[in-house]
Design a protein. Sequence first.
Length: 159
Amino acid sequence: MKIGVGWFSFTCCEDSTIVLIELMNDYFFKWNEFLEFKYFRTLKGKNDFTNLDIAFVEGAIANSKEKDFLLKIRENSKKLVAIGSCACTGSPANQRNFFDKATKEEIGHILIRFEHYDKVSPISDFVHVDDFIPGCPMDEKLFLKKLSVYLNEFGILNA
Ligand code: SF4
């Protein structure tokens, strides 16, 4: 049995994705025994976000397109985990929330053109989040520890 996993990136610099890929140098073959990355666009061309056991979500939410996809991910995942500070708290991807009035006016046309929300928000503003792995980028030791706990929850022991 393999656990179906999705890795999703919203508004952010995607450094936790890089951390995960670096971890694969050490863990790819081990993980391959019990994890199926069903959605991971950095690795694969064909992706499927339906019927996931665990969805890992990095980045903050900046527009309705991202929010709508996040809602679909939630509907299709047994467990949803926020990855990195941007997903957990909105920061630092939400820097523009704190721009002064003049700077906000200066970027106003960009927000309109790309249909962005006035504010960038953490994912928990829109969906229930089962767990949080903070850090900028994510704390890799904590990720490995928590991944092992999640896999135990899904019946994979000694992962
Ligand atoms: S938490 Fe840090 S490393 Fe992760 S996406 Fe945000 S800015 Fe980048």
